[in-house]
Design a protein around this ligand. Structure first.
Ligand SMILES: Cc1cc2nc3c(=O)[nH]c(=O)nc-3n(C[C@H](O)[C@H](O)[C@H](O)COP(=O)(O)OP(=O)(O)OC[C@H]3O[C@@H](n4cnc5c(N)ncnc54)[C@H](O)[C@@H]3O)c2cc1C
Length: 355
């Protein structure tokens, strides 16, 4: 069996982002890399969206970018600007194609379906397959989104809707998310922040149909694509080994309060690439401790007071959107953190900390 300098387990977002970063920075001229990926073919399976607070390698895979967004609760809408940090949506189909075309050019990079096909004894391993223990207490962000096409112009494609809480909450936290790509096409997603043991929230198709037809009052449309997903709002367990680093969701790259992961994966890839020569010696890349602590408090509040969350999210976006975006994208300074914390209902947060 062949030996490799590096092995990436999982050729998804994190595995391919890292391989691409290493390749374009010429770190694989003298080194060999095996990517272990069981999927038979790459096709669009996700839409990755985020505020562009930092540069990344995939501007040419952006499907659409917005400088305006809205957040709403019943009877109240907040229109916000994000021209400083546009919100971008990446088409995973374009992302997979771009990276795989590039990786194919280097004979030092090989793809395998299973770890059993390679000798990993002397390799450095980057693992993106999370170990998720079933625990009914864990919170998840679970969702289903459909891309639709309408006969006539319907959407305002200059503004996207980040959170629409004007919907059935079922004693949980539920909102719709709409990304209008053009006047006739949009991604519409039903999103829940909850424990996954409640199957009564999984009637996604019905929720989306009712939202489109009754809430948006749109009857003439067709569904062209569908994605279903669940993002753990907790850190997967990971074994500590000197020759192994976890990346992606497995590597704790998800912001627990939001589910945003894509840009953290890109920053992690850059960090690994910059330090690849002595990767087993350098400090592990992590989302800053302050966000881990604040997100944990936030999730405790969410778990104990789901009925208060629409108002809490709505209030968070009152004031400077730039500050909130920086906070949610791990780029805020102390004063910006403080301004967000001061907007939160103090007693609810204090109680969540101690009870
Ligand atoms: C539908 C969906 C939409 C999302 N949207 C956003 C978003 O808008 N913004 C954002 O920031 N984040 C988003 N996320 C969260 C996060 O960015 C993605 O989950 C992202 O794909 C995580 O990258 P990853 O490499 O950790 O996992 P994945 O991309 O899932 O890659 C893991 C890879 O491992 C492979 N694999 C599985 N088992 C094995 C095995 N035993 N051996 C080897 N390989 C294996 C899988 O086939 C897969 O290719 C979304 C998640 C989902 C599921």
């Amino acid at each position: 069996m062949k030996e490799f300098d590096y092995i990436i387990i999982g050729g998804g977002c994190a595995g391919l982002s890292l391989a691409y970063e290493l390749e374009i920075n010429e770190k694989l001229k003298e080194k060999t890399l095996a990517i272990i990926e069981p999927r038979e073919e790459y096709k669009k399976d996700k839409t990755w969206s985020f505020w562009r607070v930092t540069t990344h390698n995939f501007d040419d895979c952006v499907k659409k970018s917005w400088e305006n967004f809205s957040v709403n609760i019943p009877k109240k809408t907040n229109h916000l600007k994000c021209a400083n940090y546009p919100y971008q949506s990446i088409d995973s189909g374009l992302f997979y194609k771009k990276i795989n075309n590039k990786l194919k050019e280097n004979k030092n990079i090989s793809f395998y379906r299973d770890m059993k096909e390679v000798n990993s004894k002397n390799s450095f391993i980057f693992n993106s397959v999370p170990v998720i223990k079933k625990d009914h207490r864990n919170l998840w962000q679970h969702f289903c989104g459909v891309e639709i096409e309408t006969q006539n112009n319907f959407f305002d494609n200059e503004i996207f809707n980040l959170m629409d809480f004007d919907c059935d909450q079922r004693e949980s936290v539920h909102f719709f998310y709409t990304l209008p790509y053009s006047k006739t096409t949009a991604l519409i997603e039903t999103t829940w922040l909850s424990k996954m043991n409640d199957s009564s929230q999984k009637d996604y198709d019905r929720q989306i149909k009712d939202y489109i037809e009754d809430h948006l009052n749109l009857k003439d449309y067709k569904i062209t694509y569908k994605e279903v997903g669940a993002i753990p709002l907790f850190y997967p367990t990971s074994e500590i080994k000197k020759n192994k680093i976890n990346i992606g969701t497995a590597g704790g790259m998800t912001r627990l309060s939001t589910g945003y992961t894509f840009l953290n994966i890109q920053e992690h890839s850059k960090y690994i690439c910059q330090n690849i020569e002595n990767i087993s010696e350098v400090k592990k890349f992590k989302i800053s401790k302050k966000y881990q602590i604040l997100d944990n408090v936030f999730l405790r509040v969410l778990e104990k007071n789901p009925e208060k969350m629409p108002d809490i999210f709505f209030k968070m976006f009152k004031g400077s959107p730039k500050t909130v975006i920086k906070f949610l994208s791990n780029k805020s300074n102390f004063l910006e953190d403080l301004s967000i914390i001061l907007k939160m209902p103090k007693w609810t947060f204090i109680k969540a900390l101690f009870y």
